[in-house]
Design a protein. Sequence first.
Length: 325
Amino acid sequence: MPDSPRSDASQPQARPQRPKAAKPRTAAAVTSATAAAAELHEPILSWYDANARVLPWREPDAGAWAVMVSEFMLQQTPVVRVLPVYAIWMDRWPTPKALAAEPPGEAVRAWGRLGYPRRALRLHAAARAITDNHGGEVPNDHADLLALPGVGTYTAAAIASFAFGQRHAVVDTNVRRVFARALGGDAQPSISPTAADLRRAEQAMPLDAATAAKWAVATMELGALICTARTPKCGHCPIVERCAWTLAGRPAYDGPPRKGQTYDGTDRQARGRLLAVLRDSAGPVGKARLDRAWPDVAQRERALDGLVADGLVEPLARSRFRLPI
DNA sequence: CAACCGTGGTA
DNA sequence: TTACCAAGGTT
């Protein structure tokens, strides 16, 4: 069932071949990296048992759809803001079929102010794909998951791991940061995910599928609660004694500057304002209403065109607009 | 592959 | 107050 490469140190010859020509690595180096990571397993798994947050999508009876919905909502959005929207969403659409039966605009409306509303559109499209191609059941195969709209490397691995107990490297920003510090000795991970991040996570995984699945959620939780980006709570960290960054004296971040994302006055903000008008209106809206939502004409038109092109807004006759049906 | 895509909380 | 950050994906 698990389709991730196995790293069986007892059989160096059987090292998984990597089609994309990674740097050649000796069996000894692989064994060494795996062994170092293995010492982190017990402390992190025990810490998770004692400190995991109670979240609705982690309940034993939550199901794969619950996991999938939560993963979409949690893409770039904090847990506390997801919780209320998630509850309403699951109450209204407890299955992929239920969501698939509604127009995409209803998904966009229910998405509320979670941000990145294209995620709502993609989740709706994924629900229809699941209904059409998978009998209404969230697929358990990694490749099938990856083929769904809005499901990338991380989300496919997360659903396969959290919902189906499979062995996959689940590499999000939390995990990248935990490993960058504990194994790499760096204050922060690289700006964007790298192949090295994935390789490191694969080597660090426990071999047993069930343990690997728990390891995946545990390392994420550690990054979310203890090994945080700004002021990590190293005093409460279960692996502080083995953390390469701590052992190095916690040197400051010295990499390239992180891209500061401004928001005020951007097209993104303009799109958000326009879409908010449509979300808050039961039916179609006249152009004049949208004109009032953003002062700059050129930017407003560009934003509206973009929303229409993305399928988030549907143009009607006589300069009227609505959420897509 | 760099740029784009929302929103709100916090140090 | 400004800047950074939050369970990424797509083009």
